[in-house]
Design a protein around this ligand. Sequence first.
Ligand code: 9MJ
Length: 669
Amino acid sequence: MNAGPAEQLEELRRQLAFHNYRYYVLDDPVITDAEYDRLYQRLQELEAAHPELITPDSPTQRVGGTAASDFARVRHTIPMLSLSNAFSRDELEAFGRRVQRILGDIDPDFSVEPKIDGLAVTLHYERGVFRLGATRGDGEVGEDVTANLRTVRSVPSRLQPPFPPYLEARGEVYMWRRDFERLNEQRLEQGESPFANPRNAAAGSLRQLDPGVTAGRPLRLFIYQLGGAGGVSLDTHTESLTYLRERGFPIVPDVRLVHCIDEAWLVIQAWEAKRLSLPFDIDGVVLKVNRLSLQQELGTVGRDPRWAIAYKFAPSQATTTVVDIEVTVGRTGSINPTAVLQPVEIAGVTVSRATLHNQDEIDRKDVRIGDTVIVQRAGDVIPEIVRVVVEHRSASEPPRWFLPTLCPSCGSPIVREPGDAIAYCVSSDCPAQLEERIIHFASRDAMDIEGLGEQVARVLVRRGLARSVADLYRLTKEQLVALDRFGEKSAENLVAAIAASKERPLERLLVALSIRHVGAKWAEVFAHTFGSLRAIGRATLEELTTTTGAGPVVCQSVRDFFAQPHNQALVDELERLGLRITQDRVIGALPLAGEEFVVTGRLSRLTRSEAEERLKRLGARIGNTVTKKTTHVVVGEEPGSKLSKAQKLGTPLLAEDGLMALLERHGAA
Ligand code: 9MJ
């Protein structure tokens, strides 16, 4: 940019005003938070260098957010502060030094808490009764969303006694990622446009003019600050959080007290590491000087308190462009469209591909080659395209994109059955499928063949040494050595590892065969119930469903697999080669045998003991505490410390809906 500082400032302010409007008023941002933060920081830097050019309408002077005119305005008695940001350890240390400089001799403690990525609200209680709730708005004036907040189940309508005559609590309304995804699915079914992320979904849901609409949205609340409590004297921020918890508020989880910035840094890193495995989005960590008298002493500058700072994580979203759309063929023949991206760094990882799932997803998001897109890494590791930034499309729109009609690997037709989201290559002899099947066959959860990874599998198929998984058991040391990649010893090891895999139990072999919809869980049930590959192959659809509790889609897929002559031949061959195609039957094998569930919090459709009873009936053990042995934690409303323990251990969580679906699947709902 060759423009002078005045023009640059003007341009930055214009851009920020536009993005503020998209974000706060339309709930539909076109750039990521991190990009917004960068623009904002550039403006701050430029203004710091040219203070004479600061104007009263600069976003730095009026911290974002225009109250939408449809709601009554609420003037906050105590302004709702924003937080200044730190993007690096250096900036965090600078914050620590400034605090220290102002406080002189005193070494303050800091609270360290996750920064929930939602919508800030303040809640007013009179004589223990919820009277008024408002959004933050611009920090001075927000919107009256009382009626909507009344529909949020974690907003207490009455406080637990003893309560003061007046109390104000501040926090964040947010949504679990899973609830957000379900909401988006519903919206799509109803022909409505999906929300870009859980934060926008929370904001859009809370700022509904009809509280009946808000009531149907899965909103939750975390409180992070006491706004004021008449006649209550508290010395520290953490005491005030405890006080609020005792009044019945859900408090931001895992607030820790540290003595210095070094210690805070360790806690921040721990949050960053577990960030993507939390059920909700956090975009950073907040540090607050804990003693309230010291907060007073430090005061505020503009809208930013000098006693607090938000350390912002590297974004888990970024903007990039779609260079191409490629199609890969999965082990079951599934045709998987993948976006090839201009490489971009997201939360410390360079992302150059994103899954597009299927044609419906591509249509829904309307992804085209050349598009600018927002990409995110969420709970799992496969990056996803959140949405296309249609505003960035040039006048000559790229054409819509459709799956090919022929398999890119073998040229066979690609077929999508009615009702199926996924299209499949119909060939039983497709080299791409075979490569994937062999990779899967040898993988840890299947036959666990050490030394047979992706590269080796591809070479074996491409050199014609493996035309089926059975061929693996006929490989010789000499053949492997001739491939160049192997020495004598490594070839010998691989042949031995393949031979050793013959001893894997039937349930592993069933997983290894790449039968559509049959993963570890159903493989175990089928193996235990039928006791042999042949018995499973002979079973009718009805026998499969009635004896195992598996649904018709899974069972039909098993039938289809065994109905194919080449698969029958494969079973014969594997038996001849000495694999274990039989196993002792476990009479009455139960679908949740071997799993241990812990239930925490209040459920709405069942009592806790009913839930436990039904899980037990399906063969699960019930634990009292979350340990490494726990396989699932069922989380109800207001869960206790078991939730944080589960998050610490990375134990899979199940909300009530998930539990009901599980029980239903096994006929125990
Ligand atoms: C969030 N968003 O989780 C604050 N916040 O404190 C936490 N926000 C905050 N604290 C003062 N944990 C102003 C904002």
